[in-house]
Design a protein around this ligand. Structure first.
Ligand SMILES: [Fe+2]
Ligand SMILES: [Fe+2]
Length: 355
């Protein structure tokens, strides 16, 4: 009788140890348990499947497609609702990290919130001290002692993009409702804002084809969206200008992140992505209409970075405008000049130059 009890106890404690180990692995095995299966366009890559599976227990060759195209009896294909305007390679290579110096208290506050978010992000992705860039120029410096790994990059990308798609939708929605309510025209802001959030969602969907987030990461994303959406909603009702400035700063961080990723790919620190057999997802090739000669992971990051640079220029500009009366200069025809180009105007246009 006693021995049975002891056996049971021993069994229970062994189970407890196993459970603790599993939990420990989920939380420590990857930074804060933001687990991802990073197979990178897993469909065709056997060589990647051979590498150790650090981020999930899902065998990589069994990574399920999150959103396979639905096969219906009648529909041939569903096009992207907002076709991408496209970039030239020169335009994409010209994008650089930049920083608009805060001028007002609200600029400063918006910037500090973004900086704090990045601080949390660095912690959550387990970024080591030696992986951080120059503290004095955090948004423009892209040099660090130690590169990030592909998995660390993907965690950043996925988290960043899941957040980035929120503000455009909030701004577009509030301006839409405001136009209905006040019975006044909106002057072209709504479409730009909605298109921005659509574009961000395409970024996320592209990375989702390479990664399967673990439950912890999913939980973090749901939580972040709940907080972020509501905070932005309230803030946009009261101070839309500040929200555009905030997004401008967020996009500075995005451009910084992708510039550093491009650099680390170029420097050979991310061998999986530099591998010529590595194929980027079809969804990306179609959305950006990427020419056959430039469909590497580096090209993909260049496209996304140019998008972020566009959002940066747009939002810093919108943050300079009169929210109630000014038309959206990016969809306007000008009397005496070409329309402004947000991709190349990192710190945004001054109101006097575009209105
Ligand atoms: Fe994005
Ligand atoms: Fe963006």
């Amino acid at each position: 009788m006693i021995s049975t009890t002891m056996q049971t106890r021993a069994h229970v404690s062994r189970q407890a140890v196993k459970l603790a180990r599993a939990a420990n692995h989920a939380l420590v095995g990857s930074p804060l348990g933001l687990r991802l299966t990073c197979a990178g366009a897993a469909q065709h890559h056997h060589h990647i499947a051979a590498s150790p599976r650090l981020f999930s227990t899902t065998p990589q060759n069994h990574l399920r497609d999150f959103f396979p195209a639905k096969d219906t009896p009648r529909i041939l294909v569903t096009k992207a609702a907002w076709p991408h305007p496209g970039y030239t390679m020169e335009e994409m290579l010209a994008v650089e990290p930049a920083h608009r110096k805060p001028r007002t208290f609200s600029d400063w506050a918006a910037w500090k919130i973004v900086r704090f978010a990045r601080f949390l992000m660095d912690k959550a992705t387990g970024m080591g001290r030696d992986q951080q860039v120059d503290k004095n120029n955090p948004t423009t410096s892209v040099v660090a002692q130690k590169p990030l790994t592909e998995a660390q990059w993907l965690i950043r990308f996925v988290f960043l993009e899941s957040i980035a798609g929120v503000p455009g939708m909030v701004g577009g929605m509030i301006r839409h409702l405001s136009s209905l309510r006040r019975m006044k025209r909106d002057n072209g802001w709504i479409e730009t804002l909605l298109e921005e959030s659509y574009n961000e969602r395409m970024h996320l969907l592209t990375f989702m084809k390479m990664c399967e987030p673990g439950w912890f990461m999913k939980l973090m994303i749901i939580g972040a969206q709940g907080v972020f959406f509501n905070a932005l909603f309230l803030m946009y009702l009261v101070h839309p200008q500040v929200v555009h400035r905030f997004v401008g700063y967020l996009e500075e961080e995005a451009v910084h992140t992708y510039t550093r990723a491009v650099r680390e790919i170029e420097d050979g620190h991310l061998p999986k992505w530099a591998d010529p057999k590595f194929q980027i997802p079809d969804i990306a090739v179609q959305y950006w209409r990427m020419p056959e000669s430039s469909r590497t992971m580096k090209d993909l990051v260049l496209y996304i970075r140019a998008d972020e640079a566009g959002h940066r220029g747009v939002n810093h500009t919108l943050g300079n405008l009169n929210q109630k009366e000014d038309p959206n200069p990016f969809v306007s025809t000008f009397k005496d000049r070409e329309p402004p180009n947000p991709v190349s105007k990192a710190t945004g246009y001054e109101r006097g130059d575009v209105i």
